[in-house]
Design a binder for this molecule. Structure first.
Ligand code: 9Z3
Length: 317
């Protein structure tokens, strides 16, 4: 378990104290507790629970937000990983950026509602033949996962919402111990405008060039590991655009935050391969290029689940 300095702890406390409170906190906490309770007490069988974070956080520039800073993340990694975790028997809390890619929808067109359906006559609606298999699989798999209590989806938009929800989630999962996992694939902003130094109203365009000072977002992984959920298995991600520094940065993150593995990926090749960096060495994970349907998450989640199994055995109380 890692320990964090008083300075980092102060930065984290002041981040939360100055954040606008989560609007639907009671509802989020109630859903979380109900989901965890359901999956921890299934006739003696204790299901593993993973929190998958997905998509990018926004950084608002005004309190009554008109403009914000965003990032590239499509949520594809998180959605595909969620499907694989469900397949591996996990219950998944999918903490995702509103509007990004959803589990089971990856093979549907961008606007499925408008593209997948047709009207043979004024009274009837049917799925177009060309999309019928993809629609059937998406609806059946999603309804089965949610219906069996194996998938809980919670949306966020801003960096403030994301970090508050992550804290709620970690606190709620604390008692699940080694059977819980954090799989932090969301692209989290490194910089933000602190709420109390943010203008309330829309920034006016007439006042010439705009200077904005961005503060550093405190890294929450350290407090997640040391205080919020110290027994959970924790996988973080490192993204770089320069492949020359990727592994070095991932190795530093592994040591600094004392996570169990860091998934290192480079922006342009992220769908082809990742490197899992851990204390037992670095493993390159690729999609099976001879199978067109294959995605890197199929092999990645197999490896992560294996590592989690070993961790549970070693930490069995
Ligand atoms: C990742 O590295 C994810 O794999 C991607 C997935 C965001 C690249 P897509 O959503 O892409 O499928 O389009 N996520 C973590 C990125 C990140 O913000 N990492 C931080 C860092 O690199 C550490 S928490 O400093």
């Amino acid at each position: 378990m890692s320990s964090i300095s008083g300075l980092v702890e102060d930065e984290i406390s002041s981040f939360f104290e100055s954040s606008p409170p989560l609007k639907n906190k009671e509802e989020v906490v109630a859903k979380l507790n109900q989901f965890i309770e359901l999956n921890s007490s299934r006739q003696g069988e204790k299901r593993r629970i993973v929190c998958v974070t997905s998509g990018g956080t926004t950084v608002p520039l005004e309190q009554r937000c008109v403009r914000y800073i965003d990032n590239f993340s499509s949520g594809n990694r998180g959605a595909a990983s969620t499907e694989n975790f469900v397949k591996a028997g996990y219950a998944v809390i999918f903490l995702y950026r509103r509007g990004t890619c959803q589990p089971y929808c990856r093979s549907l067109p961008d606007d499925p509602f408008l593209e997948c359906f047709e009207f043979p006559d004024a009274k009837n609606i049917r799925v177009r033949e060309s999309h019928s298999e993809a629609v059937k699989m998406a609806v059946m798999d999603q309804q089965a996962a949610v219906g069996e209590g194996r998938l809980l989806k919670l949306p966020f938009s801003t960096i403030y919402e994301y970090l508050q929800m992550l804290r709620e989630m970690a606190t709620a999962l604390k008692d699940v111990g080694p059977c819980s996992m954090f799989y932090l694939a969301a692209a989290v902003s490194d910089f933000y405008v602190p709420w109390n130094s943010m203008t309330e109203h829309k920034i006016q365009s007439g006042s010439g060039p705009l200077d904005i000072r961005l503060a550093q977002v405190p890294k929450m992984i350290s407090i997640l590991r040391s205080n919020w959920a110290p027994k959970a298995f924790c996988v973080s991600f490192k993204l770089e655009t320069d492949s020359k520094i990727l592994i070095e940065k991932a190795t530093k993150a592994l040591q600094k935050y004392k996570v169990h593995a860091v998934v290192a990926n480079e922006l342009s090749t992220r769908k082809e391969e990742v490197v899992v960096v851990s204390s037992s060495g670095n493993v390159v994970v690729r999609r099976d290029s001879d199978k067109p349907e294959s995605i890197v998450e199929d092999n990645l989640i197999r490896l992560i689940v294996d590592r989690h199994s070993t961790y549970i055995k070693e930490n069995h109380t």
